[in-house]
Design a protein around this ligand. Structure first.
Ligand code: SF4
Length: 229
């Protein structure tokens, strides 16, 4: 095992998946520092952390009860920024039998290609300008999804929206979901532990999406109701 690369890790914890179709499963979360985007709604602390070599992180991860978790969730920040580290780390983790669940913003396709063989499930965000305020990045998501699907990976997309979601954003996301035949998870934007979107808007958005695409689910962030990480 090479010790060439180190990664800055914000936190490692055993908890409950609070978002998306795997909600409620027990996962070991490894939160990588740093992100290539700056979403307006980001509420994740990912700048502070400690540096780990591959063997140090492997030992740390192995100190948890890997036998009774659903998967190891690589989260952030954007874990794919550390793809060189992951190329050495993930084969070692796979030897334990743990499944790898990647939480990603779906923009770093070249990095994904380097580690794709070790990933079991990809939870990808669709970023829309009305909530994330980073411009339109559908072509990045398109390229990312193409790579993931060509490798026959399980992938779904999560879309954080608020009251300001636009018709063209709905159409772009539906078009990508249809093109790659992936589940589309709608997630109302939160303000702290409170949902920041009105009930009427949530129902209206849900109706609009479900009329356009067959695999749409409205799922909030459950861990915030439990007040856990
Ligand atoms: S991609 Fe995720 S971690 Fe990065 S800024 Fe956006 S919400 Fe935060």
């Amino acid at each position: 095992m090479t010790e060439q690369y180190k990664a800055k890790i914000n936190e490692i914890f055993d908890s409950i998946q609070g978002e998306g179709p795997y909600i409620g499963y027990r996962q070991l979360f490894v939160r990588f520092c740093g992100c290539n985007l700056l979403c307006d709604y980001c509420d994740t602390e990912f700048n502070q952390g400690d540096m780990y070599s591959v063997s140090e992180l492997l030992n740390k991860v192995k100190s948890f009860d890997l036998e009774h978790i659903h998967s190891v969730s690589l989260t952030g920040g954007e874990p794919l920024l550390q793809y060189e580290f992951l190329k050495d780390f993930l084969p070692e983790i796979k030897k334990t039998g743990a499944k790898i669940y990647l939480e990603t913003n779906g923009t770093l396709t070249k990095a994904l290609k380097n580690v794709l063989e070790y990933i079991d499930i990809i939870s990808m965000d669709f970023k829309i300008d009305s909530s994330a305020k980073i411009g339109d990045i559908y072509s990045s998501h398109d390229e990312f999804l193409k790579t993931a699907k060509e490798a026959q990976k399980e992938v779904f997309a999560k879309l954080v929206f608020d009251e300001n979601i636009k018709d063209y954003e709905i159409n772009e996301c539906v078009s990508l979901a249809k093109k790659y035949d992936i589940p589309l998870i709608l997630q109302p934007k939160m303000n702290g532990n409170n949902i920041s979107v009105s009930q009427d808007k949530i129902l209206k958005i849900f109706e609009t999406f479900t009329e356009k695409y067959h695999d749409v689910r409205m799922i909030g962030q459950v861990h915030k109701f439990f007040d856990i990480k």
